[in-house]
Ligand binder design. Sequence first.
Ligand SMILES: Cc1cc2nc3c(=O)[nH]c(=O)nc-3n(C[C@H](O)[C@H](O)[C@H](O)COP(=O)(O)OP(=O)(O)OC[C@H]3O[C@@H](n4cnc5c(N)ncnc54)[C@H](O)[C@@H]3O)c2cc1C
Length: 393
Amino acid sequence: MSTSTAIIIGAGIGGLAAAHALQRDGWRVTAYEQAPAIAPVGAGVGIAPNAVKALDYLGLGQALRDHGRRQTGLEIRLRRGGLVGHIPAADIERRYGASFYALHRAELHRLLMAGLNPDTLRSGHRAEKITPGPDAATVTLSTSNGTVSETADLVVAADGVRSRLRAALLPDYPGPTYAGYTVWRGIVPAERAEPLGIPAILSETWGHGARFGSATINDGQIYWFACESVPEHATPEHDLGLLAARFRGWHDPIPGLLAATPEDTLLRHDVYYLRARLPGFVHGRVALLGDAAHAVTPDIGQGACLAIEDAVTLAAAIEENGIDAGLLAYDELRRPRTERMARTSGKLGRIMQTHNPAAALLRNSIASALPTSLLISAVGTALAWTPPLGADT
Ligand SMILES: Cc1cc2nc3c(=O)[nH]c(=O)nc-3n(C[C@H](O)[C@H](O)[C@H](O)COP(=O)(O)OP(=O)(O)OC[C@H]3O[C@@H](n4cnc5c(N)ncnc54)[C@H](O)[C@@H]3O)c2cc1C
């Protein structure tokens, strides 16, 4: 058990998971978030078996099972409804030791925040500057009352894809790259979803330069996402009527889901990722974690899952080896894996998002001919992860 101190910058999924992991090992943790209040936002999120195992390690697996929705399988379809592949949950559980879950991001945030020591989270604090040292690191934060400096044995930079701390530590690093498509997300409330009779399955449908996916989440709500290839900074419609026109003729329940979505749940974001490898995730006593270290495209639904893995690995490596050797081990364990996931996600994204009709036809024929075991093996390395130093829950 440690009595060391840690500062976490960013109270997203990665930062909250890191706070849990370190507190579990006795660290005194303070997590600073720039938002004026820790108000959970967003739409849905899929939690893959690797992250379920990481949450089990943190003692949060039961809460996920209680509040998230277990998916009965995965399926891929073509826009007229033709089935490319279906993988039942039992196969996934047999191979990877856990199921897929899906839940509202707000629910995941709640679940990660519950159980943290009462004074862990400080909102309204934006990290501006970092000074990494050999035995400690100091962060300068701006607040509505001015500037404060805080020093701790360890600083975890979990401040997302546009990380200020990464930019301060690696001023020559090029920063995020546009993935070539934009994503709309929405939530259909349970009472509107129920008449559509949708099973709790992670479903994705491929078109030409467009994709649609959905999952049943907690309380019977449906989370959906729709991707369209558009140039960077294009301003495509942020309007459900126009989006419904874009996906007209796609198989049921896609038009029904769009029609049942309350306008105020609609989100749209252009997708960015980190294309260039980072030379290191660790700088003195500062560890980059989650999207700040390795933002991957959402094509294999692994960004948040990898952030939770990072948190578990960081705390476990330090507990096993002490702070400095543990940080080195964290860097050695996480960089190769996340670089590989980034490559897989980027490649699959280009295939799934292609708007060339001939390439899409080839993709559809090859994918439809593949046994489902091969379809899932494309992301098998992601799902097969287990906590590196053994779970003890
Ligand atoms: C459309 C879409 C769908 C996705 N679906 C999935 C999915 O199904 N499954 C999955 O695993 N992943 C998914 N992802 C990826 C996932 O959302 C991210 O990988 C994940 O949220 C990263 O978590 P994080 O904590 O590293 O960063 P973030 O969630 O970005 O959190 C960073 C936090 O840091 C705060 N912050 C930033 N700068 C500062 C500062 N200077 N000082 C203080 N605080 C700061 C921010 O306000 C924020 O709260 C998806 C991504 C997208 C775009």
